[in-house]
Design a protein around this ligand. Structure first.
Ligand code: LLP
Length: 419
C-alpha cells in the first residue's frame, strides 16, 4: 500500500475518499486514480531533472485518459505517442504538440502528416523505409521533419519476453551495426533534420545496470556521429522503469533518473538534452481497479471467487501472467479461504489473481492494485462488455473522468443486412 491508497479505520481509501463510496456512487468495475500519486511520481522525475537539461515525455500508452494527460501536461510533461489518435488526445487534454515525440514501428503517412501539421518535436524512426516515407511526406507538405533514430542496443533488460524490446530478436529499433549507415542516410535526405537518438530496452525493468549498458552504447554512437559531423541535440533513454506489484524492488525514480543523467554528464554529454519516456512508473501505482464479488464457487480442486471485472477490463494477468495484489476494501474477521479471482468472461484465461487467501462474502468489494498502467488502455469489449468507468480522486474530491460505456454504444455503429 502507498500513502495514496491506504486504510482508514480498516477500510481502503484513496487519498481522503473511501473506495466503498466510489463503488456506491459509480458502480463497479471502475478504475480509480489518485491525482496526488500521479503528481508525486512526476515530481520524482522532475526532482532529478531540476537544473539539468532534461525532459519527461510521458509514454501515454500506459494510461491515456484525458484527465491523466491533463495532470501531466499542467506539470510540464511532454508526451511519447505511438499513433495519430494519441496525438489527438494530447491536444484534447491541453498538451503541447511541440513537446511530443512520436514513437512506433509503423507510422502511416496520414499519421506523419498529422504530426507534422502540429509541429511535433521529433519522430523516433525505426527503419530506412520509415525514413523514406517521412522524407516524402515532409517534402509534400513543405516541412522538415526532426528525427531521432531508435537504436536497438542488444541489451538484456531481464524482464518478461513480451515486454522486452532491446534484444536482437525484437522487431524494435535499428540493429546496432546498421546505426551509423542509417544516420548517414537520414542526414542525406532533404526533408529531414537529424536531431536525436533514442532507445527503449523494455518494460518493468527493476535494475539500473541494463540502462547504463544501453546508455554507454548509445553514447558511443553519439560520439562516432559527431566525428562525422552529425551533431545530435538530444538523447532519449526510453522508458521501462519497473514498479512494485508484489515484492519487486526497483530503484526509486529520482535515484534512477539521477544515475542516468550523471552518466551522461560524466561522459561529457551534459550539454545535450536527455529525454525520459516513462509510462508505468508514472501511473502504475496511481490506480486501482475496483470490483465486486458476484459469487463464491467452491470446487474440488480450486475455489473460485467470481467478480464483475474480467480480462477485458484488465488484460495483464491473462496476457503476461502478471501479478496484481488484490485487497478487500473492507476487512472481515473470518478465516481466509484460498481463491482464484476470476471474471465472467468465457475463457479459462480470464483470471485476475490466483491462489489468494481472502475472507470474502458475495457483494464484497475488492481493489486490484497497481492497475493504473496498461489497465484501461488495454481493455476491450470482449463478450460485449462495456468498458469500465474511470474516476480521479483529488484530496477529498471525486471526479468521473470517463463514463461507463453503455451496451448500446457498443453496437451503435454496426449495420444489419437489408434482407
Ligand atoms: N517508450 C517506448 C518506445 C515504449 O515502447 C514504451 C512501452 C515506453 C516508452 C513506456 O514503457 P514503460 O515506462 O511503461 O515501461 N503492456 C505491457 C507493457 C508494454 C510496454 C510497451 N512499450 C504491460 O502491461 O506490462
Amino acid at each position: 500500500m502507498t500513502a495514496f491508497f491506504h486504510r482508514q479505520d480498516g477500510a481502503l481509501a484513496v487519498e481522503q475518499v473511501p473506495l466503498a463510496r466510489i463503488a456506491a456512487e459509480f458502480g463497479t468495475p471502475t478504475y480509480v486514480y489518485s491525482r496526488a500519486a500521479l503528481t508525486a511520481a512526476y515530481q520524482a522525475y522532475a526532482a532529478a531533472c531540476k537544473g539539468r537539461n532534461a525532459q519527461v515525455q510521458y509514454a501515454m500508452k500506459a494510461n491515456s485518459n484525458l484527465a491523466v494527460l491533463q495532470v501531466f501536461a499542467k506539470l510540464g510533461a511532454g508526451f511519447d505517442i505511438v499513433s495519430g489518435g494519441e496525438l489527438k488526445r494530447v491536444l484534447a487534454a491541453g498538451g503541447d504538440a511541440r513537446k511530443v515525440v512520436f514513437s512506433g514501428v509503423g507510422k502511416s503517412a496520414a499519421e506523419m502528416e498529422l504530426a507534422l501539421s502540429h509541429d511535433v518535436r521529433c519522430f523516433n524512426v525505426e527503419s530506412i523505409p520509415e525514413l523514406d516515407r517521412l522524407n516524402e511526406v515532409a517534402g509534400r507538405v513543405g516541412k522538415r521533419a526532426r528525427v531521432s533514430l531508435r537504436v536497438n542496443p542488444d541489451v538484456d533488460a531481464k524482464t518478461h519476453p513480451y515486454i522486452s524490446t532491446g534484444l536482437k530478436g525484437n522487431k524494435f529499433g535499428i540493429a546496432f551495426e546498421d546505426v551509423l549507415p542509417t544516420y548517414r542516410a537520414a542526414a542525406a535526405l532533404p526533408h529531414l533534420e537529424v536531431t536525436g537518438i533514442d532507445c527503449h530496452i523494455g518494460s518493468q525493468i527493476t535494475e539500473v545496470e541494463p540502462y547504463l549498458e544501453a546508455l554507454d552504447k548509445v553514447l558511443d554512437v553519439v560520439e562516432a556521429l559527431e566525428r562525422e559531423g552529425i551533431r545530435l541535440e538530444h538523447i532519449d533513454v526510453g522508458g521501462g522503469l519497473g514498479i512494485t506489484y508484489t515484492d519487486e524492488t526497483p530503484p526509486d525514480i529520482t535515484g534512477f533518473a539521477t544515475t542516468l543523467l550523471e552518466r551522461v554528464a560524466a561522459r561529457g554529454h551534459g550539454h545535450r538534452e536527455v529525454l525520459f519516456e516513462p509510462g508505468r512508473s508514472l501511473v502504475g501505482n496511481a490506480g486501482v481497479l475496483l470490483t465486486q464479488v458476484e459469487f463464491l464457487k467452491p470446487g474440488a480442486a480450486k475455489n473460485f471467487c467470481i467478480v464483475d471485472a474480467a480480462m477485458n477490463d484488465l488484460a495483464r494477468p491473462a496476457m503476461y501472467e502478471a501479478y496484481h495484489r488484490i485487497e478487500p476494501v473492507a476487512l472481515r474477521d473470518a478465516q481466509p479461504v484460498t481463491y482464484d479471482i476470476v471474471g465472467p468472461v468465457c475463457e479459462s484465461g480470464d483470471w485476475l489473481g490466483r491462489d489468494r487467501a481472502l475472507a470474502l462474502e458475495p457483494g464484497d468489494l475488492l481493489a486490484v492494485m497497481s492497475a493504473g498502467a496498461y489497465g484501461f488502455t488495454m481493455s476491450s469489449n470482449y463478450n460485449t462488455r462495456p468498458r469500465a468507468a474511470e474516476v480521479m480522486v483529488d484530496c477529498a474530491n471525486v471526479h468521473l473522468v470517463r463514463e461507463r460505456e453503455l451496451v448500446e454504444d457498443l453496437f451503435r455503429d454496426e449495420r444489419l443486412l437489408q434482407d
